[in-house]
Design a protein around this ligand. Sequence first.
Ligand SMILES: [Zn+2]
Ligand SMILES: [Zn+2]
Length: 110
Amino acid sequence: MYRNLAFAVSGELPYSEEGELGDGGGNDAASHVRPIPRYGFLCLDCSKTFKDRVSAVRHVQRNHLLNAPSFFCRFCSKEYRVEKDRQQHMNRVHGLVLSAKEIRELDTQP
Ligand SMILES: [Zn+2]
Ligand SMILES: [Zn+2]
């Protein structure tokens, strides 16, 4: 069985502003979510998919908008919105094989 996720590309997706998400009361989170036929809804920020729009918008609000966490590489100050991205960056660029938890612990050290 092949899992042919055509949308799971690493690059950007075509961005379109659609007026259909008008019930959010001008909520900006909806603009981070893109409906994908047959798959549900895609978070444009981290490429996660959701079965329904409510979950997707809530995800955006939690992870990318309201007190959206930023993860900085403590070696080169690169900023990541997704913790896993920083982890991969530290692995690839700085050769550190650390878990997300270990990186967090590093962060709390002076
Ligand atoms: Zn996301
Ligand atoms: Zn770095």
